[in-house]
Design a protein around this ligand. Structure first.
Ligand SMILES: Cc1ncc(COP(=O)(O)OP(=O)(O)O)c(N)n1
Ligand SMILES: Cc1nc(C(=O)O)sc1CCOP(=O)(O)O
Ligand SMILES: [Mg+2]
Length: 542
């Protein structure tokens, strides 16, 4: 299909037809992460669909048993929905018990593999694993600089879980002087952190904090010291340090010796999240989260690896499009109201379908009156409708209902189930939104693992009783302090949407609306009207 250089909208819409890309990436590329016209054209005409996909390049050793190394990295990225290319630095004869042999690849051939991939494909993140020689580290660092790779995740693999040496002491200088200064995050376990710091003894969480700071001082921008091996603690505690703040990420320890490959899997999952644009701390939290809610898996790093890989694959497969939240879907957020449906004599299913046909980009079932059985009944129908259109459906307040109907997530308020517990129950694959009226609430939402913030009431509303109005200033304060995407709510319609979207806050992604869509004769027509206005605002914004 020939594509002529043309206006931005047309080009992107056409290029969307060319590639059978997952819907979330279509929307992102089309609306919110516009490439320049030239690069969109180049991608559409020269490149493959790979140009559009988040892409991790793993530079690591092959594990014949496939529990760790390159094989684990590829599986973790696949489970996270991210393309993974691989540069092999060593071939190991290995199983879950130990390493029987290592054959290192010459640095020249590692360089050749790196150049092959980087000269052809857009790589978002390089993740490093086993780097068997100082020469391999040197060529890797040189090529990272040469190709200006955006993000580097360093898993400083030195000794396998079984105790076998994978990178000898000769590589230490390379790690310290060349690789760590390029690292956006480094993920040592206790032994590796100790080795990087000249063999110091790490025995307490306090030691882990000091180690994280010292490794940060060596040049890594973020450090995750994994405490799975820490003695005497009932919880597995990891310390994350971003140069300013420490975060203690803890979860109950699993008593297992089956830890082969855990480090590779975690670092790859973090790399995959970063490739998708997830902010650093959230990427780390999400990578630890999938394992929190199941009795067999815990936050922390002592997991049974094979079961863990299986689990993340299952999460990836069964949760499908729900597992990855795109902030772009907040553009026109339809929040239902059954009283309005009764007034206009339509069923919830009819209302939801009409809002999607009018252009709603996400739907929330806000059901304040129905009994649980009835709510689930309605929700099951609406999930089926939304899924058939590829639009996420969230459930207001009720985590149990969301689970029962396999909704894409929930929206909770400050007096509903706290985000941290909702996340534990729902896992990383579901979307969690939380209402925030203040910067402090926004900060907590982020730390607790929410995906987005609903902020209002921006204007007075009659839909929700006794709802304090925070105004445009209140909305702006929350947006400016929030690391999460924000959707504005409360009294918003076609007449004032522009004043909301004009706030110069890049994380303000859209408007959530009840009455201006559902207390109307034609839901589809009103949704379409508001959607067109929002689209125009987004387009002119660029
Ligand atoms: C997108 C969005 N933002 C805010 C809310 C309000 O949630 P909450 O404060 O829990 O109030 P109720 O909706 O439960 O009455 C929302 N529902 N959606
Ligand atoms: C459900 C809800 N939450 C709000 C908040 O401020 O958190 S305002 C609101 C109701 C919004 O309805 P309408 O679009 O009809 O004004
Ligand atoms: Mg609520």
């Amino acid at each position: 299909m020939p594509i002529a250089p043309c206006g931005h909208k047309t080009l992107l819409v056409r290029s969307r037809v060319l590639f059978d890309r997952p819907k979330r990436y279509q929307v992102r590329a089309r609306l919110f992460s516009p490439m320049s016209e030239e690069s969109a054209y180049a991608a559409a005409t020269q490149g493959s669909a790979l140009q559009w996909l988040p892409h991790v390049l793993t530079v690591a050793g092959s594990d014949s048993g496939a529990g760790a190394g390159i094989q684990a990295d590829i599986k973790a990225c696949a489970a996270a929905g991210v393309y993974c290319s691989s540069v092999i630095t060593a071939v190991t004869a290995q199983n879950t018990v130990g390493v029987q042999g290592v054959y290192s690849i010459a640095e020249e051939f590692v360089a050749e593999q790196l150049r092959s991939v980087l000269s052809d494909m857009k790589v978002d993140v390089i993740k490093t694993g086993m780097l068997p020689s100082p020469g391999v580290i040197a060529v890797l660092c040189q090529i990272i600089k040469e190709f200006q790779v955006g993000t580097v995740v360093v898993d400083p693999v030195m000794v396998s879980t079984s105790g076998d040496i994978l990178s000898g002491p000769s590589t230490l200088t390379g790690f310290l002087e060349q690789l760590l200064p390029l690292a956006d995050i480094v993920t040592p376990n206790l032994k590796e952190a100790s080795a990087l710091l000249g063999g110091i003894f790490l025995d307490t969480v306090g030691d882990m904090r000091s180690a994280a700071k010292s490794i940060h001082d060596l040049g890594a921008r973020n450090v995750l010291v994994k405490g799975g091996d820490l003695r005497g603690s009932s919880d597995a505690i990891d310390i994350f340090f971003d140069g300013e703040q420490f975060h203690e990420l803890s979860g109950p320890r699993i008593m297992t010796r089956n830890t082969h490959g855990t480090g590779c899997t975690l670092a790859s999952y973090i790399a995959a999240e970063l490739a998708k644009g997830t902010p650093m701390l959230l990427a780390v939290q999400v990578s630890l989260h999938p394992f929190c809610f199941c009795a067999c898996f815990t936050a922390g790093i002592l997991y049974a690896t094979l079961a863990k890989q299986l689990f993340i694959m299952i999460v990836g497969l069964i949760s499908g499009p729900n597992s990855r939240f795109s902030a772009d879907s907040l553009l026109l957020y339809a929040v239902t109201d059954s009283r309005m449906n009764r007034k206009w004599s339509r069923s919830m299913a009819e209302a939801v379908k009409a809002s999607i046909e009018g252009g709603a980009t996400i739907v929330q079932l806000r059901e304040k009156e129905a009994e649980t059985g009835k709510f689930i009944d309605i929700a099951v129908k609406c999930v089926a409708i939304c899924r058939s259109y590829g639009v996420p459906l969230l459930i207001n307040d009720r985590i149990d209902v969301a689970l029962a109907c396999d909704a894409d997530g929930v929206h909770v308020g400050q007096s509903d189930m706290p985000v941290i517990f909702a996340r534990k129950i729902l896992g990383a694959g579901k979307i969690i939104g939380v209402s925030c009226k203040t910067p402090a609430q926004a900060e907590k939402a982020w730390a607790d693992g929410a995906d987005y913030i609903g902020c209002g009431g921006v204007f007075p509303t009659t839909t929700k009783k006794n709802n304090p109005t925070i105004g445009l200033d209140g909305l702006k304060a929350v947006c400016l302090s929030s690391k999460l995407p924000v959707v504005a709510i409360g009294g918003i319609g076609a007449e004032n949407a522009q004043s909301v979207m004009e706030l110069s806050a890049p994380n303000l992604k859209g408007v959530a609306v009840v009455s201006a869509l559902f207390d109307q004769e034609s839901v589809a027509a009103e949704t379409d009207r508001l959607k067109s206005l929002l689209m125009d605002m987004v387009m002119t914004d660029r």
